[in-house]
Design a binder for this molecule. Structure first.
Ligand code: URA
Length: 435
């Protein structure tokens, strides 16, 4: 099979066969097909797309490029959730313990942050000594014992995705729905859960610019889930402004604890309850949304959800004391209050710009090898729709370095006002299930 013919075929808008797709992925992984040919094919896919059958085969070929976790020795339904990434998205830190406290099993592999979006692993590592690496037996034992473990993705799963994603990143071929869908789903399927909930975000701080595009991506991933007979559902949520108030690792751990203690910001809490109720229904621990939501409220109110986070922290070597005494988490040397420059209703807190500003403080990575400053970040005091008077504190900046004038200017550039009263930005969670 000459690979150039596969490229030509896709360039002409034709569907690739299963054999062609397997040849591509296997040939790329074993070094027989060079980067330049694969980037040409990815570019052709960006323009011509792939149908749902091709996308499923691509996901399957990627999945088979490495090992798959066998979680069959975990009793009960193993639920997973994936967010396509956002700013201030600490959902997993609160949601996973909530759902585990209700009886579902969470054996989760998470990723690190890159660019303006954060990653769950970096957030967990702001807890001193928290171990995100575990061997398979310990991972399974922990889930059997306490229903919950969150660790880093093993390098042995989906090596094809690591190669392809790095190539797509430098060849302008990230933003293709079939390529994104197969990339995300191959990793989710390899990590062995029984059910998958996808939080597909759209807006200023998300991969997908519009709700329509997010829905298209969600449908592509749900179709892959169907191909593998996995209960896969999705929620489409807005990411025009950061989720919650905190952006930055230790700051987000504090906010997740607040959610688990029933005193978290409304939007994060609402997202966790929405997502959690779907996961409990997927796990057949609740028949309907109302029952599921009541179970989740109960584990927040009686402290079981917060206890579950502490149990996970303890099992993974983290300092539980820091969760009980949040002031023991990494603290920045300086906390600088930024005042509002004018009075009015906040009409925009541009998620991507604020995510980049937090990254520049050290809360995120511009490149994969950058070190994280776990204490750094931004805490908003207001959200879109709030009225704020000139001079009132708009946000706190937690930093270990001096703020430059350029940084401050960039921060204010993320903010806009309206004289007219405007509505708080809804999360707009649209649910798509696989029915
Ligand atoms: N996240 C992934 O894991 N893969 C993509 O292709 C895009 C976002």
């Amino acid at each position: 099979m000459r690979f150039v013919e596969t490229i030509e075929k896709k360039k002409a808008g034709k569907a690739l066969s299963k054999a062609e797709i397997y040849h591509w992925i296997q040939g790329y992984c074993n070094g027989e097909i060079p980067d330049y040919q694969v980037s040409a094919l990815c570019m052709a896919i960006c323009f011509q797309g792939m149908d749902s059958q091709e996308t499923a085969w691509l996901c399957e070929a990627m999945l088979h490029s490495g090992e798959q976790l066998d979680l069959s020795s975990i009793g009960g339904c193993i639920c997973d959730k994936h967010s396509t990434g956002g700013v201030g998205d600490k959902t997993s830190l609160a949601l996973a313990p909530m759902v585990a406290a209700c009886g579902a099993k969470i054996a989760k592999m998470s990723g690190r942050g890159l660019g303006h979006t954060g990653g769950t692993l970096d957030k967990l590592e702001s807890i001193t000594s928290f171990r995100i690496v575990q061997n398979e037996q310990d991972f399974i034992r922990q889930v059997n014992e306490i229903n919950l473990a969150i660790i880093g993705q093993s390098d042995r799963l989906v090596p094809a995705d690591r190669l392809l994603y790095a190539l797509r990143d430098v060849s302008g071929t990230v933003d293709s729905i079939p390529l994104i869908a197969s990339s995300i789903m191959s990793k989710k399927l390899a990590s062995g859960a029984d059910t998958i909930l996808l939080d597909v975000k759209y807006g200023e701080g998300a991969f997908m610019p519009t709700a329509e595009k997010a829905e298209e991506l969600a449908n592509a991933m749900i179709a892959i889930g169907k191909h593998f007979h996995k209960d896969t559902r999705a929620m489409i949520t807005n990411m025009d402004q950061p989720l919650g108030m905190a952006i930055g690792n230790a700051l987000e751990v504090k906010e997740a604890v607040a959610v688990l203690q029933g005193r978290g910001p409304h939007d994060v809490t609402q997202l966790c309850i929405e997502a959690g109720s779907i996961m409990l229904m997927q796990a057949k621990l609740a028949d309907d949304k109302q029952t599921a939501q009541a179970l989740l409220q109960e584990v927040i109110a009686d402290g079981k959800a917060f206890t579950k986070l502490k149990e996970m922290c303890s099992c993974q070597g983290g300092d539980v004391n820091q969760l009980e005494h949040l002031e023991l988490l990494p603290q920045a040397k300086h906390i600088i209050e930024l005042p509002s420059k004018q009075s009015g209703y906040l009409s925009r807190l541009h998620a991507q710009k604020l995510g980049i500003a937090a990254m520049q403080l050290g809360a995120g990575r511009a490149t994969k090898t950058d070190q994280i400053d776990h204490a750094a970040g931004i805490v908003l005091r207001h959200k879109v729709g709030d009225f704020i008077a000139q001079g009132e504190v708009l946000a706190e900046v937690h930093t270990n370095t001096e703020l430059s004038n350029e940084w401050i200017e960039a921060f204010y550039d993320a903010v806009a006002y309206s004289d007219e009263k405007i509505e708080a930005q809804p999360l707009n969670a649209k649910i798509i299930d696989n029915g």
